[in-house]
Each structure stands twice: as C-alpha cells, then as structure tokens.
Write a protein that binds this ligand. Structure first.
Ligand code: SAH
Length: 353
C-alpha cells in the first residue's frame, strides 16, 4: 500500500524548531509507516520468522505448553507484543489448542491495519495500545518477535567538543544526521568516555522501559516472557539504524514513513531491565540453537515425511530460521520468568542468574 512520505512534514518541523532527536524521527516515521499498512510478506517490505514457516510458531507453542504444564498455570494469559499478521499467535496457540488449552489472548498493537489482520486470524483477541492495560490478576506469558527493534532509538555521537545527541537536521532540502548542541557527556557510560571522534553509541529507552514494566508485572503476577529479535548479547559501539523497503536496504533519512526503521536490540540492556524488575533470566541464545534445542529439526523431518512434495521448501525454511549464515546467529532469544516459576526450556545452561 502506498504511504505518504513524511519528508515535507519533517522539513517544516525542523525549520520551525531546529533539529529533532533521532528517537522522535523514528517514532513518528514508524507510527506512520505501520498505521495504514501490512508490511509483511513477499509482496510487502520484509519477511519475519513466523511468515517463513509455521514451524517457528509451533516451536514457541511447545515452549509455552511445556512451561504452562510445569507451572500448573492454566489461567495464564497469552500476550503478544507487535503481533504483525497474527501468524505466530495462530501457530503457537494451535499447539496449545491440541491439548485442549485455550488461553485468553491479549495483543499489544498500535497499528489499526495490523489489528484488523490479527482479528481475522484470532477472533477473540483483546487489543491494547500499550502494556499498561494488560490484565493484572493472572500470570502473563508474553511473546515478542521483532517488536523491540522497531522502537525509537537514541544515538549519541562523539565530537571534538565531547558527546552530543545525534539529531536529524537539514542540509538544504535533505534530511541529514547532525550532532546536537547540548553536551551529553553525563549520559555516556565511563567505559565509552575515551572513544574516538565520530564513534556512535546507541540506547533504546523505550525498549528498556517496556521491558521493565512487563517484567515487574511478571514478577508480581507470575509468568514468563520470550523475546526474539536481531541484535547482540553485549553492548557495542556503532550505528545499527537502518531502513528496509521492498526487501532491500534503503537510506533511513530518505522518504521517512515509507520504509521500516529498525535498530539492533541490545539484549544485555533489556535482560538487565528484566532482572532489575525482579525476574529470573532463564537464558539468552542464538535463534538457531534455541529452535534446535526445542526440536525444530524433528518437526521439519515429520512435516517433510507427511508432505513429500514440500520436503525441499521445508528444509529451506529450516535452514533460513536456524543456519548461522541466515537467521540462526543474528537473531537472538531472551527468556525470563517470575522467580517462583519453573525455568524455561530451550537453553543449554538453563539458569543464568
Ligand atoms: N511480530 C510480527 C510483526 C513484526 S513487525 C512478526 O514477527 O511477523 C513489528 C510489529 O510491532 C508490528 O505489528 C507493529 O505494528 C508493532 N509495533 C511497532 N511499534 C509499536 C509500538 N510502539 N507499540 C505497539 N506496537 C508496535
């Protein structure tokens, strides 16, 4: 679906008020981008794991089923953050339904267009604008796939005058990244103080805040969470801000509102937020290792036996989801749970603190 390009809007704003933060730019551009369209799939802008194969959602369904059974928590609700088309929820909840387990379904989704798509697949889902209105009286089992990468990113850049916020300004008519005026040295961890000029560090305050809020609820109400995204397990420097449209990388400062803006997720930071909020971290791993530990190889073999004509495409999907040079390494998985809950499956060294 065509979407209005926000360049003129940002030009006017910047002429009136001066450069705006990268976080504001990303928040407005993505809200606009997602509000009116379904960007997923071959005919859209990008493809996610649940859209590659039903096996992805099924593995998460068996992860949930195992944990629900061991916790004896048949009253726990299913929560998904940014469910896209609802494909992951449908495939995961299908696994639970086979065992007669039909949890209430709560979707945190900002986009009216995607809510409509999700409502078609999951007719009984309740919708939430943000996590604050989720149920307070039952355990929460929360799943988020490629949700945190779309949240507004903050970047700080080292200049000859010290650390500055990275903003979006104008060079003639062009939107360009510029360094802000205000000193930001106090916001930079001491480990980064000596970095060279031009170096960039990233934080995502929205991701940390949402994680903290959910983890507080889980610690209080019971439950667990599985977050899957592309990113890194420990903090690093450099910009990972990027834009994707029609399955290709594009300039994130051109035609805002018409491409998906994302950044790598700092898993160390969101795990730390969950821990501080009172949850136990059950594991962090590459997506490939996690899915293999849950038995995706066996599932692929069974599906291929049942549909010999599709054997090759099933194997191709398995590789895409798990191979180190595809999504297996770049994508990471973080699981955490309430202190009284059983430790989640899927991680070799089950308990990490
Ligand atoms: N999880 C899906 C979709 C990923 S795309 C999949 O794997 O296919 C990102 C999703 O997060 C979309 O559903 C988008 O509408 C939603 N989203 C992005 N930013 C959001 C925000 N700030 N609040 C709520 N939902 C958001």
């Amino acid at each position: 679906m065509a979407s209005r390009d926000l360049t003129d809007h940002f030009r006017r704003l910047i002429r009136a008020t001066g450069p705006i933060s990268l976080a504001q730019y990303m928040a407005e551009a993505n809200a606009h981008y997602y509000s009116a369209r379904d960007p997923l799939g071959a005919g859209g802008d990008f493809i996610t794991a649940p859209e590659i194969s039903q096996m992805f959602g099924e593995m998460i369904g068996s992860w949930l089923a195992d944990l629900r059974a061991r916790a004896g928590a048949s009253d726990a609700v299913y929560v998904e953050l940014g469910p896209g088309r609802g494909t992951l929820a449908r495939d995961a909840l299908g696994v639970l339904a086979k065992a007669g387990d039909l949890p209430d379904v709560h979707f945190v989704e900002g986009s009216p267009a995607l809510r409509a798509a999700q409502g078609e697949l999951l007719a009984n889902a309740s919708f939430h604008q943000d996590v604050t209105s989720l149920p307070t009286d039952r355990p929460l089992m929360v799943v988020a796939n490629e949700f945190f990468d779309a949240l507004p990113l903050r970047q700080l850049v080292k200049t000859a005058q010290g650390w500055r916020e990275r903003m979006v300004g104008l060079d003639g008519e062009r939107l360009v990244p510029v360094a802000g005026d205000r000193p930001m040295d106090a916001a930079v961890p001491s480990s980064c103080a000596e970095l060279a000029d031009g170096e960039i560090i990233e934080t995502c305050p929205a991701a940390t805040a949402i994680m903290r809020e959910i983890a507080e609820r889980i610690a209080r109400q019971g439950g667990a969470m599985l977050a899957v995204d592309y990113g890194h397990l420990s903090a690093r420097t450099g910009s990972t801000f990027q834009a994707v449209a029609r399955h290709a990388s594009v300039d994130p400062f051109v035609a805002p509102g018409t491409a998906d803006l994302t950044a790598h997720v700092d898993f160390a930071a969101i795990a730390e937020a969950a821990r501080e909020a009172g949850c136990r971290i059950d594991g962090m791993a590459g997506q490939g290792a996690f899915l293999m530990a849950l038995g995706i190889g066996h599932r692929a073999a069974a599906l291929a036996r049942a549909n010999p004509a599709e054997g090759e495409s099933i194997l191709a999907a398995l590789k895409r989801l798990t191979a180190p040079d595809a999504m297996g390494h770049l994508f990471k998985v973080l699981a955490h749970g309430a202190p009284g809950w059983p430790v989640a499956a899927g991680f070799a060294n089950a308990e990490m603190g």
